[in-house]
Design a binder for this molecule. Structure first.
Ligand SMILES: [Cu+2]
Length: 188
């Protein structure tokens, strides 16, 4: 085979691969909806605890079917540690870190971003099905990195935080009568 022909084959292969890679990029961003977190703003990283909204981390219902999660990452925990939202709701994560760079990844979903001290990250998500997801830090952040995790609990679509029938309101064990002994005998 002549050198010229070999060259043509390699050139065609190169162009073909470039098209494949570009296609993968377009497919990921437009087909799967993957994109970088919005650039929302910056705050003084030493004043995070006293700067709104991070002075009050938590899960807030902000609309009919809209929730806002104000989250903090620090060595080595997330605040809030448990995030509970209904399926199908629009959930906006607003997050930053207190000390070093941490990661915020909700397993099995596209929620995946870095928590950088003072840099505000904002990510919108909709959890389609009820279930429980592990929330993990995926940026190595020190000796306790492997202990840094939380939980995202996706409730049924009709769940609301005020719902008295919500599972988290129910006690795990039935109440025990005050005069019952461990053997089940009623006090004499
Ligand atoms: Cu970490």
């Amino acid at each position: 085979m002549s050198a010229e022909k070999l060259e043509k084959i390699f050139l065609s292969l190169t162009i073909f691969m470039l098209i494949v890679f570009l296609g993968a990029l377009f497919w990921a961003s437009f087909g799967l909806g993957m994109h970088l977190p919005d650039r929302v703003g910056q705050i003084d990283p030493t004043q995070v605890r006293t700067t709104a909204p991070f002075d009050n981390p938590g899960v807030f219902r902000v609309g009919e079917n809209e929730y806002e999660v104000v989250a903090l990452g620090f060595a080595w925990a997330f605040q809030p540690r448990e995030i509970r939202v209904p399926a199908g709701a629009k959930v906006t994560f607003i997050a930053t870190a207190l000390d070093v760079i941490h990661g915020f990844h909700v397993e099995g979903t596209k929620v995946n971003f870095m928590m950088i001290p003072g840099q505000i990250a904002r990510v919108e998500a909709v959890f389609a099905r009820p279930g429980e997801h592990l929330l993990i830090c995926h940026e190595y952040c020190g000796a306790g990195h492997h202990l840094m995790y939380g939980t995202v609990i996706v409730e049924e679509a009709d769940w609301t935080p005020e719902d008295p029938d919500a599972p988290d309101e129910e006690p795990d064990t039935p109440p025990v009568a005050p005069d019952a002994t461990p053997d089940g005998e009623v006090g004499a």
